[in-house]
Design a protein around this ligand. Structure first.
Ligand SMILES: Cc1cc2nc3c(=O)[nH]c(=O)nc-3n(C[C@H](O)[C@H](O)[C@H](O)COP(=O)(O)OP(=O)(O)OC[C@H]3O[C@@H](n4cnc5c(N)ncnc54)[C@H](O)[C@@H]3O)c2cc1C
Length: 380
């Protein structure tokens, strides 16, 4: 029998690839090996689970077993791949070894956890996956006050969600503004004003120095001298691609696993996709680029080498009080901005020194301008 296409991981990247493969070939053998249960869910929903009082179980669209049956794949759930042997085309799991024809790493990324005096690893909640939420959902539901560390995309969305669920929120970041890598200060301050009407205390331009456990939660001290008592601490300070397996197997690794336009690593027959992969020197940790890449990779794996379409990603900031869509180089400090504001919202376009459009931000009703602007934006 033909050796299977083996995919490591069962997140969006892995399952999108399975669906793309099945659209083209109903029979090719596919094995998915995953460290988790293999349930299919929509990870971005984690940004509003608390305000919607949704449990982890309610986010599951298909259980691993249901997905495997629907897509006719072999699913090895709760199995961590410990080693890849590219010379022998084999994977080592805890108690078995597995051969592959072609191998795809879709191992995702893990949430970084800050080192804070007085807080152990388990004290800090991260929400980068269904099982992390499952582990902490009760603590989050019961918490009356929460400190969120990190005011980037995920941290800001989580803070707004928790505040919408009537929790007292402290949102802190080393940077002096919200979404520091994505928004210029004049738009971030608009978001700040919207959030200011909620029970959110901003502590920007400062760091958590230490925490002391209390009866209920922690007393946290910041480097600006402020102290806050909170029931729970959530960290959203960024993600780090899971590259250990790849590095050990001799694959080229930079920030992520280095792949070319066909998602090929430097080792024949081994590919990488999703949050773990780095293409054109950049990580693309969003659904849309992964969807396009999965569709191309399916063709490549089935014998029709295909470049993944390069497209700009439209980033949606899921902050209901001020919905935002943006694309391009919106965090560029040298950009010159052209801004149109009215009662319906804002359209801000960023230009480089040669007056070329390099990015844009739209809010509220102005989000209808996002697609026309996307078409004018050169692919970066
Ligand atoms: C709160 C939140 C909100 C988001 N909102 C948006 C949004 O609005 N729009 C958007 O485009 N993107 C959003 N994202 C990002 C998007 O969800 C991710 O880019 C995407 O889900 C990543 O999918 P993935 O399959 O690459 O990785 P993951 O979902 O991380 O999957 C990795 C898989 O690899 C498995 N694995 C890892 N190592 C091993 C091993 N050694 N052996 C076996 N299995 C292994 C894991 O168990 C897991 O199944 C959001 C992310 C978060 C956390």
């Amino acid at each position: 029998m033909k050796a299977p296409i083996v995919i490591i991981g069962s997140g969006f990247a892995a399952y999108q690839l399975v669906k793309s493969l099945r659209k083209l070939d109903s029979d090719c053998p596919i094995t998915v090996v995953t460290a988790d249960e293999g349930h299919e869910y929509n990870k971005p929903d984690l940004s509003h689970v608390v305000s919607r009082s949704q449990s982890a179980a309610e986010l599951v669209k298909l259980t691993g077993a249901e997905f495997a049956e629907q897509q006719r794949i072999t699913l090895l759930a709760r199995q961590t791949v410990e080693r890849i042997d590219p010379a022998q085309h084999r994977l080592e799991l805890a108690d078995q070894s597995l051969g592959y024809g072609q191998l795809v790493l879709a191992t995702g990324a893990r949430a970084m956890v800050p080192v804070i005096d007085g807080l152990m690893g388990g004290d800090i909640i991260t929400l980068n996956g269904l099982e992390e939420y499952q582990q902490h959902q009760q603590r989050l539901a019961e918490a009356r006050s929460v400190l969120v560390i990190g005011a980037g995309l995920i941290g800001t969305e989580l803070a707004m969600d928790l505040a919408s669920a009537d929790k007292q929120l402290v949102l802190t970041d080393m940077a002096p503004q919200l979404l520091p890598r994505l928004l210029p200060e004049f738009i971030a301050s608009r978001l700040y004003r919207c959030m200011d009407e909620m029970p959110v205390r901003f502590e920007l331009g400062t760091q958590v120095q230490q925490a002391v456990a209390q009866d209920r939660g922690y007393r946290v001290t910041l480097s600006n001298g402020q102290q806050h008592s909170v029931d729970a601490v959530v960290a959203a300070i960024g993600l780090r691609p899971n590259v250990q397996l790849a590095r050990q197997a001799g694959l080229a690794v930079n920030q992520g696993i280095v792949v070319d336009s066909q998602l090929r690593t430097n080792v024949a027959g081994v590919f990488a996709l999703g949050d773990c992969a780095e293409r054109d020197g950049q990580l693309h940790p969003y659904l849309q680029p992964t969807l396009l890449a999965a569709s191309a990779l399916a063709k490549t794996l089935l014998g029709q080498p295909t470049d993944a379409i390069r497209a700009n990603t439209l980033v949606k900031v899921k902050t209901p009080q001020l919905p935002i869509q943006l694309a391009g180089d919106t965090g560029n400090a040298d950009a010159q901005w052209e801004v149109k504001v009215d009662a319906d919202g804002m359209t801000a376009s960023a230009f480089d020194t040669q007056q070329r459009l390099i990015g844009f931000v739209t809010t509220e009703q102005h989000m209808k301008n996002a697609f026309p602007l996307m078409r004018q934006l050169p692919v970066s």
